[in-house]
Design a binder for this molecule. Structure first.
Ligand code: B3K
Ligand code: ZN
Length: 870
């Protein structure tokens, strides 16, 4: 397939001012009539007599009329409808038939649990009707939906409800109008039997907005948290960004079958039920946290995405990076800045860093793609958010707000580019922001190296910074990027140390590295310093600092920047785990540092839970070359056991002191305490095989599971029991299944937990589970619960004989036959074969080749597998 190039962008030949859609819904024979008022783009008038080319896929065309006259001389392909010669201004009406029930791609109009719903981003609208399916075509929509009353009492679309009424034959209809111009990817329709939770909110200008969340019947109470999060998001966007909601109605619908998390359709967000429904007995704190952040994310898109949309899909991060940054800011305000930052960075490192250093590396604004669906990546989302964060750090919060106000004001109602975004910063500062554009156009994670020289006589400290970015596919040469480096100094004991920079006394400072290398001199540094560089993770880079290990211990002990305190612990743990032979002194030192943190009254529970979390196996893999998953697993486990044995008394004591609250609250404090209690239990159990307290801790874990009054603690108990395997673990799994067998979202967890278990039997277990009556590859949530969890399970997936890869390949090929978008997400785990040791490397490559050689591959899977092998 021919890639699409950014450099080929051309404004559309035609504009569609108004779009009227009539839906006559029937499961296998839905009729869609589209009446489009079309004009030739003024930019080309007189100079262009281009044909009208509309996109359409899997549509049965029934009729075409132009200004009321039947048209017969059109050309139809699998992907287009072309009218060779058309006037400069006309009305086109097409009628098509589609099959929502048979649509298992979950893109376009499809059915989920007997309900109709749509997913159009990026290019799904063309599966509904013939259209100029591109984000720079903004149009006003009027939508009429007709369906049987029985089974389909709710008929929803974007905007305002104008009219409803009964029709003959037990049918009814609803007429919707969206007053805002929008691209077709934001179109949505939902029809079916639903329960609705209603609420309202008065906006900052005093308008009352009705809020409605539609869920499966019987699930209304499980949407209360989402409603609460929605109201907090709406207020936050008013307070922090000055953004007000613009319609009188805001609706969210939860569906079970969905290819990803959620979708920001104008006034009618559609959510994967797993990111909306929650109550204490079925959702973990992590679920609550994700629901809160995704509700905010989709809501925030109303401005960053909908009011200002993207000119073309290459600009995807214009809406996604910015909206992720906005939702991260919201979550940080709700749950604590340090803890939120650590979690965001952990996710960035887990998903984006590997992508950025492998064969699928691409700039935040790519320059070409085959299937845009393949570019909804951690790079576009998370690295895109980091860039916005760096811009904010660079200009400061007040100027950032001015720049964003300017951006929204000047681009409202348009389809914009990243240049437009940076222009807003230029407009309010008068500076040149073109160096920042390179963060969007250059792939790869920069490495930042820092050395220092301290002169005790003159009390000066010279810091030397160097940056370098390794080549990525298609980009052999890399430029230096502007890197904001926030830093401070400590004493050898981990106390804060002041310094003077350019005559100003400071405890912390910001340095912008603009070139490949630079030096900075600080004065009045009284004591030999410990550096605390890249505080709050001020840039998405890999940092190395030349320093003795004792400096990392000093930061672990007392860095006033909580991010760097956590980071110091991560770095030390990494060094210990990746060394060939265990260094007992270092392990002792780490255990003491951890114990001190655990007993520190000033640290909150959520932070303590995080600092207990050892680097994950995939995190560790990034610091080992070539990657040997078995080595990593063995050493990490040994280190955890060593910590468990050393800290048993403290951990046990602290665990017992944390009594679970009587009533459940999903807020950050309560969740932090549960996180800590579960982390303590897990660490206790990690040493169970060798400790004298064996039976006690196993009993404790089982009781923790059995008496849990919420899902977080149940899962915490199960995870701890994984260290034990055998009876108590298997019993717990059976109890869990029996209790929740009628709760699909909880059974997803049951599949995921087993697939994520680091045990030699896991692959066999996963194969058996893939035959379980509850397993269904056609439901993406269930499929991902089993298959993605397994592919993320480093030690089980990377079986030396390649059997884990074989399982993945079979699954990807099976799902690719009906849902390419979802199948393609799981090519990535095989892609980085070159950095693995043998025999993994050869086996991963063979698995990729098996994929590329199979017949009838989708473009989605083919693009990624080919790039991985290139
Ligand atoms: N914009 C959607 C993602 C669409 C993915 C299409 N393959 C959700 C979001 O980022 O908010
Ligand atoms: Zn988004």
């Amino acid at each position: 397939p021919q890639p699409i190039q950014l450099s080929d962008y051309k404004a559309p030949d035609f504009l569609i001012a108004t779009t009227e859609l009539d839906f006559d819904l029937a499961p296998e024979t839905t009729r869609v009539t589209a009446r489009l008022t079309i004009t030739r783009n003024a930019a080309y008038l007189g100079a262009n007599d281009a044909p009208l080319v509309l996109m359409g896929e899997r549509l049965k065309l029934l009729s075409v009329t132009l200004d009321g006259q039947p048209v017969t001389d059109y050309t139809l392909t699998d992907e287009t409808l072309t009218l060779a010669s058309v006037p400069d201004s006309f009305t086109l009406e097409t009628e098509v038939e589609i099959n929502p029930l048979g649509n298992k791609t979950l893109e376009g109009l499809y059915m989920s649990s007997g309900r109709y719903c749509t997913q159009c981003e990026a290019e799904g609208f063309r599966k509904i009707t013939y259209y100029l399916d591109r984000p720079d075509g903004l149009s006003k929509y009027r939508v009429r939906i007709e369906a049987p009353k029985a089974g389909f009492p709710h008929l929803l679309s974007n905007g305002n409800l104008l009219e409803t009424g009964d029709l003959d034959g037990g049918k009814h209809y609803a007429l919707w109008e969206d007053p805002f111009f929008k691209p077709c990817y934001l179109f949505a329709l939902v029809a079916g039997e639903l329960d609705v939770l209603e609420d309202s909110l008065t906006t900052m200008s005093g308008r009352k907005v009705e809020l409605k969340i539609y869920v499966d019947t019987g699930m209304r109470d499980r949407s209360l948290y989402a409603m609460d999060a929605l109201k907090r998001s709406m207020l936050w966007d008013e307070q922090v960004y000055g953004r007000e909601y613009d319609l009188d109605l805001f609706m969210i619908v939860a569906v079970r079958d969905f290819n990803f998390g959620a979708m920001e359709n104008k006034g009618l967000n559609v959510f994967n039920a797993s990111l909306l429904l929650a109550d204490p007995t079925t959702a973990t704190d992590m679920d609550y946290e994700r629901i809160e952040s995704v509700i905010a994310h989709e809501y925030f898109h109303n401005w960053s995405g909908n009011r200002v949309t993207c000119r073309d899909w290459f600009q995807l991060c214009l809406k996604e990076g910015l909206t992720v940054f906005r939702d991260q800011g919201f979550s940080a305000d709700q749950r604590g800045h340090a803890v939120a930052r650590i979690k965001d960075v952990r996710a960035l490192r887990a998903r984006q860093f590997p992508e950025d250093s492998g064969p699928l590396a691409h700039p935040v604004r790519p320059s070409s793609y085959v299937k845009i669906d393949n570019f909804y990546t951690a790079t576009i989302y998370e690295k895109g958010a980091e860039i916005v964060g760096m811009l904010k750090t660079f200009v400061g919060p007040a100027t950032y707000r001015q720049a964003l106000d300017h951006y929204f004001a000047t681009n409202d109602g348009t389809a914009a580019t990243l240049e437009d975004f940076l222009a807003a910063f230029e407009a309010v500062t008068g500076d040149d922001f073109s160096p920042w554009l390179q963060w969007y156009t250059q792939a790869g994670t920069p490495r930042l190296h820092v050395t220092s020289a301290y002169d005790a006589n003159s009390k000066t400290l010279t810091l030397s910074f160097t940056q370098a970015t390794a080549p990525t596919p298609g980009q052999p040469e890399k430029s230096a990027l502007p890197i904001p480096i926030r830093f401070g100094l400590l004493t050898a004991e981990g106390e804060k140390q002041m310094f003077t920079r350019d005559g100003i006394l400071a405890a912390e400072s910001l340095f912008i590295l603009r070139d490949a290398s630079a030096e900075l001199t600080l004065n009045d540094v009284k004591h030999a310093p410990v550096l605390s560089i890249l505080r709050h993770f001020s840039a998405p880079v890999v940092l190395t600092v030349e320093e003795p290990t004792s400096h990392a211990f000093a930061r672990f002990k007392g860095d006033s920047d909580p991010f760097n305190r956590w980071e110091a612990a991560q770095g030390l743990a990494k060094a210990i785990i990746l060394s060939e032979t265990p260094d007992e002194d270092l392990i002792d030192g780490f255990a003491q540092g951890l114990e001190a943190s655990l007993l520190d009254e000033d640290l909150d529970h959520a932070f303590k839970a995080l600092i207990m979390g050892l680097p994950t196996e995939s995190d560790l893999a990034q610091s080992l070359s070539p990657i040997d998953p078995a080595f990593i697993h063995r050493n990490r486990k040994a280190f955890k056991t060593a910590l468990s044995l050393r800290l048993y008394e403290t951990v046990h004591g602290l665990y017992t002191s944390l009594t679970p609250a009587e009533t459940f609250s999903p807020d950050a404090d309560a969740a932090g305490t549960r996180a800590l209690r579960n982390a303590l239990l897990d660490l206790m159990l990690a040493g169970h095989n060798r400790g004298a307290e064996n039976a006690t801790s196993v009993n404790l874990a089982f009781r923790h599971f059995e008496t849990a009054s919420n899902m977080t603690d149940m899962v915490g108990g199960l995870v701890a029991l994984m260290h034990v395997q055998d009876r108590p673990y298997k019993d717990a799994l059976d109890i869990f299944y029996a209790r929740f067998k009628h709760e699909p979202l909880v059974i997803d967890k049951w599949f995921a937990l087993q697939a994520g278990c680091a045990h030699p039997d896991t692959l066999a277990r996963v194969r058996t589970l893939s035959q379980h009556p509850d397993f269904d590859a056609k439901t993406p949530n269930r499929w991902r619960a089993l298959v993605q969890s397994f592919a993320n399970n480093q030690s089980a997936f990377h079986a030396p004989d390649g059997s884990g890869y074989d399982f993945l390949v079979d699954q990807v090929l099976e799902v690719d036959a009906f849902n390419p978008m979802t199948a393609a997400r799981l090519v990535e785990p095989l892609s980085r074969y070159r950095v693995y040791a043998e025999p993994y490397r050869t086996n991963m490559k063979k698995a990729l080749q098996t994929i590329t050689l199979s017949p009838d591959l989708s473009k989605n899977v083919l693009e990624l597998a080919t790039k991985a092998l290139a």
